[in-house]
Design a protein around this ligand. Structure first.
Ligand code: DAH
Length: 374
């Protein structure tokens, strides 16, 4: 009978004498590693006769378990000693100033978006959304763009490859398709209203929404980027007229630019989805690169707008003899450039952190300089 006690004693001695984790690991590999002394003994079991194996098996396995347990105990003791030594040697100097925290900045477009939403929410508008990937019907046809009309080309559309149903989707060129989606949803509710009378709806008109979102056109210069942000507005009710549109936009301009009511003017324009259509200008003063809203004798175009075209109402299943409405479309980034003096639109999306440090906003700063705590 082979006696393993000599080997066990030798290993025990070495384990107990190991003074650091690296030395202990070397012993473990020597004994229990792939070709360690105990691993070789375990392998030799396979070459023994059954009787021999019955006798030697428990002895070798016992040896292995005993050595492994001893190594684990020694390891725990060495780790604890190492930590104690570290704690004794290292001290935290609480008098040191903390390293400066890196603060993120709010992108001007998001700041402007929040400000715009705050103003329109105050005027009773709610938010609507639609998809960035649109179809031709919602982006053009339902908005009264005639087939092959040059206005479609003017939008420099990004078309997607044809899908398996033979349709070509597109990246929406404006937020106006959400007008269609919103009116279609209203139309779904109408049969119930006709049957049961109009909803009380807290005295709110059927539709009063703003639609902020990303829009896309194949265009790039100091005032155009392939992706930009628009905010659509849509009001639908009975007996809506241009006076409502003008009042709403005047209120918005004064509140957004934080000025008293500013002189504005409507210039006739053409959009397929509104009739009449207009661009609204505000009084401003240009001195060099700077533009001051509400002063001086210049005019600055600020928003496209008009009364919703009867064809658009019909395309959404609404009777133009019952329902009227107005719509408008702002460039959100452009309003940010005007209010916060950003000279080149392309910089807005260049993802340069230094630019954001300069033009960005603190996340804790409420619009209009208030603390947001009142
Ligand atoms: N969709 C227009 C554009 O992208 C902007 C616009 C003009 C929207 C007039 C409107 C509107 O709702 O009434 O150029």
């Amino acid at each position: 009978m082979t006696d393993y006690s000599e080997l066990a004693r030798a290993l025990d001695e070495r384990i107990a004498a190991a003074t650091d984790l690296a030395a202990l690991e070397a012993i473990r590999v020597e004994a229990l590693g792939k070709s360690g002394s105990i691993s070789e003994l375990l392998k030799s079991l396979g070459r023994m006769s059954p009787d021999e194996r019955r006798e030697q098996g428990p002895l070798i396995n016992g040896l292995r378990d005993g050595v492994a347990a001893h190594i684990a105990r020694r390891k725990a003791a060495l780790e604890a000693a190492e930590l104690d030594a570290k704690l004794a040697a290292e001290q935290v100097d609480l008098s040191l100033p903390p390293p400066p925290a890196r603060r993120g900045r709010v992108h001007p477009t998001m700041q402007v978006l929040d400000e715009m939403i705050a103003v329109f929410a105050d005027l009773g508008f709610s938010l609507a959304e639609g998809p960035d990937i649109e179809d031709d019907f919602h982006n053009f046809t339902a908005l009264n763009f005639p087939p092959k009309h040059p206005a479609r080309e003017m939008h420099d559309t990004f078309w997607l490859p044809e899908n398996e149903r033979g349709e070509r989707k597109l990246l929406r060129t404006h937020t106006s398709p959400v007008q269609i989606r919103t009116m279609q949803r209203l139309n779904e509710k109408l049969p119930g209203w006709i049957a049961n009378g109009p909803p009380q709806n807290n005295g709110q008109p059927p539709i009063r929404v703003i639609v902020p979102g990303r829009t896309y056109r194949s265009d790039s210069d100091a005032t155009h980027t392939p992706m930009f942000h628009q905010m659509e507005g849509l009001v639908i009710d009975r007996a809506i007229h241009m006076g409502h549109l003008k009042w709403t936009l005047d209120q918005f301009i004064a509140r957004y630019f934080e000025t008293p009511l500013v002189e504005t003017r409507f210039r006739p324009h053409h959009f397929p989805f509104t009739e009449p259509s207009a661009e609204m200008d505000v009084k401003c003063e240009r001195s060099g690169a700077e533009i001051k809203i509400g002063q001086g004798n210049d005019w600055l175009e600020i928003v496209g707008c008009g009364m919703v075209h009867p064809n658009v109402l019909r395309n959404c299943g609404l009777d133009p003899d019952v329902w009227q409405g107005f719509a408008f479309g702002f460039g959100i980034d452009r309003l940010g450039m005007l209010k916060y003096g950003v000279p080149d639109l392309r910089d807005m999306f260049s993802s340069d952190v230094r630019w954001l440090e300069h033009y960005g906003f603190s996340a804790f700063q409420a619009p209009n300089g208030s603390t947001g705590l009142s």
